[in-house]
Design a protein around this ligand. Structure first.
Ligand SMILES: *[C@@H]1O[C@H](CO)[C@@H](O)[C@H](O)[C@H]1NC(C)=O
Ligand SMILES: *[C@@H]1O[C@H](CO)[C@@H](O)[C@H](O)[C@H]1NC(C)=O
Ligand SMILES: *[C@@H]1O[C@H](CO)[C@@H](O)[C@H](O)[C@H]1NC(C)=O
Ligand SMILES: *[C@@H]1O[C@H](CO)[C@@H](O)[C@H](O)[C@H]1NC(C)=O
Ligand SMILES: *[C@@H]1O[C@H](CO)[C@@H](O)[C@H](O)[C@H]1NC(C)=O
Length: 400
């Protein structure tokens, strides 16, 4: 009898503790962890890596909602890694300017600011990240040296779920501005990523192995792809993005690794490309392993003086020598281009170089109205190995 009531008491106690614990998590107030309280110095010179790391680590142990605050001012910062899991939801509130050291040799990893293993992260604040790439870009020899040490990416998000990044600026990243790997359900909006049009490898947002990613109301002017999506990108929704200069929005390159790759489910709507090398691009290596890319919708897109407004390139080979005999085995299917208008800076505004081995399937061109900004002939399209159809207005005349 005694042991039974003791048992019930223990059970009640456990239930009580669980209720308390849950309430503490949910009801705990928001707490601000100001980096200034962890010895940060906003003089634009001192290294604040340790101060920021300490502020994050303490905030991460707090059960409520933590805000790591970087107030107005300029903070120099070397590599930092903000790791979870944390006890409560984390926000990284950047009001000031974060400045990377100029010398790439000072970075121990290929990341400047990294976030890892977090659920419910928010990064915002209206502040900016200055990657100080100008002096580092000359060290980028990745075009000619396969063993090159990549320059650090400004912000890396690895294994991050249910998170938001908004109201943030990034300038002159040494490598990509933002890299997402293994992230699920992330919304990115109202950000501004800029670097000169001739800066090497400065992708705006690079996405791999991630799903349910929304990017909206964003401006990207950079030297490489505004947004690039590689294998494992799934359900990506891009709208209201102004891209240019840069290489446009790209799927790929796919088919280079030893595993089957895929990109599935992508919509790009209401975007403008200005003076970019490409607009909407899908590229796969040749030769390449069997892989797939598809279920894409591109609509309401304005092109302003874009060199390749629409391009599918299954012979992608940026570094010669390239053999035209090699075939890509990446199956591209179910891609719709609808309401695409504006100007092309090259005569061939629509290029579809699909694989002879696995021709593109179900490609639709609907209401395409592009004008050539040049005088050496009419605007044209060029298609190889494409199945699908053209509907509505077609300028250049459809070749699908
Ligand atoms: C993120 O979600 C994935 C898939 O649901 C899960 O396996 C992973 O543990 C989650 N990661 C974090 C940090 O919550
Ligand atoms: C992202 O936006 C979608 C739709 O606007 C919403 O359903 C989702 O909950 C948002 N995710 C986050 C992490 O805020
Ligand atoms: C795109 O623009 C159209 C027309 O302005 C608008 O109705 C639609 O809601 C927009 N869609 C997105 C996803 O922004
Ligand atoms: C394309 O559509 C076909 C037929 O509906 C489907 O079987 C195939 O899986 C789709 N491909 C992709 C990549 O979504
Ligand atoms: C045509 O090209 C010229 C030279 O590149 C450029 O200045 C001009 O803005 C372009 N016009 C349009 C309508 O894109």
């Amino acid at each position: 009898m005694a042991s039974k009531s003791a048992f019930i008491t223990v059970c009640l106690f456990i239930v009580f503790m669980l209720v308390c614990f849950t309430d503490a998590r949910r009801g705990a107030p928001r707490k601000i962890f100001n980096v200034m309280d962890y010895d940060a110095v906003a003089d634009g010179k001192s290294d604040n890596s340790e101060a920021f790391q300490k502020a994050w680590n303490v905030a991460c142990q707090y059960y409520g909602r933590s805000v790591v605050l970087i107030p107005w001012g300029t903070y120099t910062l070397n590599t930092v890694l903000f790791k979870g899991p944390c006890k409560g939801a984390m926000a990284f509130l950047v009001k000031g300017v974060l400045k990377a050291p100029t010398d790439p040799a000072l970075f121990s990893t290929n990341t400047w600011i990294g976030f890892r293993y977090l659920d419910g992260l928010v990064v915002k604040g209206g502040g900016s990240l200055d990657g100080q790439g100008v002096s580092a870009w000359p060290y980028n020899d990745c075009f000619t040296n396969p063993e090159c040490k990549p320059l650090p990416v400004s912000m890396r998000f690895d294994f991050i779920n249910n998170s938001r990044i908004h109201h943030l600026k990034s300038v002159n990243s040494k490598n990509a501005h933002i890299n997402l790997f293994a992230c699920n359900n992330m919304n990115i909006s109202h950000i501004r990523l800029t670097a000169p049009g001739n800066s090497p490898n400065t992708d705006g947002i690079h996405i791999g192995a991630s799903s349910d990613i929304k990017i909206s109301r964003t401006l990207i002017s950079t030297g490489d792809d505004c947004i690039s999506m590689v294998s494992g990108s799934q359900n990506i929704d891009i709208s209201d993005v102004q891209c240019g200069p840069g290489h446009g929005i790209s799927v790929g390159s796919l088919g280079r690794s030893h595993e089957k790759e895929f990109v599935k489910g992508l919509t790009i709507r209401n975007c403008t490309f200005s003076g970019t090398q490409n607009g909407l691009r899908i590229k796969t290596w040749a030769p390449s392993l069997a892989s797939s890319a598809g279920d894409f919708t591109f609509e309401n897109i304005v092109m302003r003086n874009v060199f390749n407004p629409i391009i599918i390139d299954q012979q992608y080979c940026p570094v010669p020598p390239c053999t035209n005999q090699a075939q890509s085995q990446v199956q591209i299917s179910n891609v719709t281009f609808r309401n695409i208008w504006g100007t092309s800076s090259s005569r061939v505004a629509v290029t579809m170089k699909c694989s002879e081995m696995v021709p593109c399937r179900n490609i639709k061109l609907m209401n395409i109205n592009l004008a050539y900004n040049g005088s050496d002939g009419p605007i044209t399209s060029s298609c190889f190995n494409v199945n699908g159809g053209s509907y509505g207005k077609q300028l250049p005349s459809g070749c699908v």
